[in-house]
Design a protein around this ligand. Structure first.
Ligand code: ADP
Length: 490
């Protein structure tokens, strides 16, 4: 099958969160299983071009209709870790993708509407006719509506769309100007309750809702989260729309690209290791301590890696740092945030803990450090308030770093408590708590530290169980292929 992914992130070229890992990971596995996959991305100025091989001009004069006129674009092609990618480069005064950062601008919906339009226009003009277009998150939510209401009649009548939602927390809202810019027009038609109209603001259109209503199939990234968004508040107003479209909605757990995330072959860690030479993991722990000037004591290292966002339970992370330090553990954090208040708060915390030889907070985004921490830590906390899938716990397990998670979304689908899970002993791989409060986190951290200190062989069993889990893309890719096949014949 011929599949085109359209997304705004693809690791390591452009990475903000898990979406960036999913796009190349799923693409790679689909190719292994005999399909042809291409990825269309914005040509950001801040992309990591050191990870793009053979960047060349693919299409010189692409004129993308925009409002009354058209925007002149070039399209480049190149390989990001062997995945064939196309990069849209608009030459307009809006400077959509030359802003220094991937996200966070006041005209975000216009930027992403333009990217979506340009991706379709490029496919139309260059003669690309994939059987499946797989779009991701709110940024590409308008693609299905534009495909079916504009491009279908221009020669793209056989394409089908799978739309994957990675985070309902960001839905993308725009005014009527988006409809005029993209050529959809007809605000009375689109601003209807059963089409694009936002549930909370009648005059706004909702990009994610557009994706749900118009795509041929909609997925989110774990079965538990698929349930949560339909039945609870996590759908953020889209629960009813999902309910209406329930026959084309499901949860497919994300996989992990074990070519990238595998301590046996990872070039970014000081010493490779696997379940059979687990001792070598502790060389990485020493290097991690060297790197962050942590004291070399007989203590476990607890880590947090991730965006510092309310979604991730920042108050629990903060609490967890002090609780770990008070109870004889070391703590390492790697995180960054676009939120000024959270950033200030963590910089203050970093200053307060600066002289503590058992703690290091790295307020940055660093792929290289992330690998070192996954390899060097003993435990990883993921106390999310909501978590559609979560990759940190999956990566941690592969690196023999035992996760401590709050049971929500994909965390509940992948981490099974050492004591309380209904799973067999061989399938238990971490520590799980339910309530969203600090005492639940505290008691779970205490259980984990107790096992590490007093029952090392049981702790080791937990490590090995996690390392032996198969959270590769193999099965999820098969589920996606089933979905693609289902919609291809409709
Ligand atoms: P989300 O997509 O909500 O950010 P996920 O757990 O799905 O969370 O994916 C997070 C991914 O981003 C993981 O690969 C994690 O290692 C990586 N990551 C998050 N923050 C950082 C950081 N500050 N430095 C390096 N990698 C990070």
């Amino acid at each position: 099958m011929y599949i085109t992914m359209i997304a705004t992130e693809c690791a390591p070229f452009a990475k903000v969160g898990g979406l960036a890992d999913v796009v190349p990971g799923l693409s790679r596995e689909l190719e292994i299983q005999g399909n042809s996959v291409e990825i269309i991305l914005p040509k950001y100025d801040c992309g990591r071009y050191d990870h793009v091989w053979g960047l060349t001009l693919d299409y010189q004069d692409l004129w993308v209709p925009w409002f009354e006129g058209a925007v002149h674009c070039s399209v480049y092609t190149g390989f990001v870790h062997s995945r064939k990618c196309f990069f849209i480069d608009p030459h307009s005064q809006d400077n959509f993708f030359n802003r220094g950062y991937f996200y966070g601008y006041p005209d975000e919906t216009m930027r992403m509407a333009f990217f979506s339009k340009a991706a379709l226009e490029y496919m139309l003009k260059s003669g690309k006719r994939p059987e499946i277009i797989h779009c991701h998150d709110w940024q590409t939510g308008l693609i299905p509506v534009m495909l079916f209401d504009i491009y279908k009649s221009l020669g793209m009548e056989n394409q089908r769309i799978c739309y994957t939602i990675h985070n309902f927390g960001h839905q993308g809202h725009g005014g009527q100007e988006v409809l005029w810019a993209t050529g959809l027009g007809a605000p009375h038609h689109y601003l209807q309750e059963d089409r694009l109209r936002d549930e909370f603001n009648n005059s706004q259109l909702n990009f994610m809702k557009s994706g749900i209503v118009y795509a041929n199939f909609v997925t989110t990234v774990s079965p538990t989260h698929a349930w949560e968004v339909r039945h609870g508040e996590q759908g953020r107003g889209l629960g009813h729309t999902l309910h209406v479209h329930q026959n084309k909605f499901g949860g497919v757990l994300n996989g992990l690209d074990y070519d990238v995330w595998n301590p046996m072959i990872d070039p970014l860690i000081p010493k490779s290791y696997g379940p059979i030479n687990l001792e070598d993991k502790y060389i990485n722990k020493e290097r991690l301590r060297d790197r962050f000037l942590l004291k070399k004591d007989y203590k476990p290292v607890i880590a947090y890696i991730g965006r510092l966002d309310r979604q991730k339970g920042v108050h629990l992370i903060r609490h967890g740092i002090f609780h770990a330090l008070e109870n004889g553990a070391q703590f390492v954090l790697l995180g960054s945030s676009p939120d000024g208040d959270i950033t200030r708060d963590f910089w203050q915390l970093r200053n307060d803990l600066n002289d503590n030889p058992d703690c290091h907070l790295e307020l940055d985004f660093s792929e290289e450090l992330a690998h070192l921490i996954y390899a060097g830590a003993d435990l990883m906390i993921v106390p999310s308030i909501y978590e559609p899938c979560g990759l940190t716990q999956l990566i941690a397990m592969k690196y023999g770093t035992v996760p401590i998670v709050r049971a929500c979304g994909g965390l509940a689908d992948t981490v099974f408590d050492y004591q309380f899970s209904g799973k067999s002993e061989d399938e238990r791989n971490g520590f799980v708590f339910y309530p969203e409060d600090s005492s639940a986190l505290e008691s779970t951290v205490i259980r984990a530290l107790g096992l590490w200190n007093h029952y090392p062989s049981d702790f080791r069993k937990l490590i090995v169980n996690g390392m032996n889990c198969d959270y590769s893309w193999n099965k999820p890719a098969q589920y996606y292929l089933n979905i693609y096949n289902l919609i291809r014949h409709k």
